[in-house]
Design a protein around this ligand. Sequence first.
Ligand code: ADP
Length: 272
Amino acid sequence: MSECTHDCSTCGENCGERTEPQSFLKDHNPAARVGKVYGVVSGKGGVGKSMVTSQLAVLARRAGRQVGILDADVTGPSIPKAFGVHRRAMADERGMLPVETETGIQLISVNLLLDDETDPVIWRGPVIGGVVTQFWTDVIWDVDYLFVDMPPGTGDVALSVFQSIPLDGIVIVASPQELVSMVVEKAVKMAEMMNVPIVGVVENMSYILCPDCGKEIPLFGQGKTQAAADAHHLPLLARMPIDPALAQLTDAGRIEDIQGQWLTPVIEAILQ
Ligand code: ADP
């Protein structure tokens, strides 16, 4: 243990004399400019968290903001592919430089650092947590809004992101079944314990549109998710259908061409 300076605000030790709770929040790169930071979370993988992160970034960019995406979903990074970005991220003496998409969205992802983007990331939790923290501390962001595609669930990597990156709010993505069974409840509680405000919930894969008559077909019954969100005081801001065109856009790396406006209420809540 180093010699006590009696200044708990600058000290990392957790001794019995600590008078202030210890913060693990890290500063961003001194050469970076970062306005607001929003995390996109889910209870588990595969519910469309990266899809929502990408769309929010696209909508914020269309609204004229400087936007970045920090892909913290290190073991399932899908952001660069959705934007059709396959270049390697570079660095200079000040830090790491994000890669820009066609419309000028700044991206950083482990996929932009690997020799081969199909290589699996076979690292243990603390290493992954360290990489994500470096995406915050080392990257030279120049953004009004940074969206963080969070690791799914509430494991140690999600915890280290919550602890080290100062989030201004989170958006929760859930499928209808997850909302009703409140699989996302742990993520909600984690945000509350970290004092991070919840912007609201996006229900993904809520319904399909009949290709012949355009009728909405709710796949998991109607009304239950609103009731579940209400019961937990979570604003249900958007419902997004399963839309084959969406999957095609991400597969083709053309998410910036998206026409759907489902997430407009979410981006309005964030930009206001
Ligand atoms: P997560 O980030 O939660 O793991 P993704 O955003 O990567 O999930 O989505 C998983 C897969 O489902 C992707 O191939 C994505 O293109 C597709 N997908 C997500 N949401 C929709 C949707 N509403 N309609 C069609 N495909 C979707």
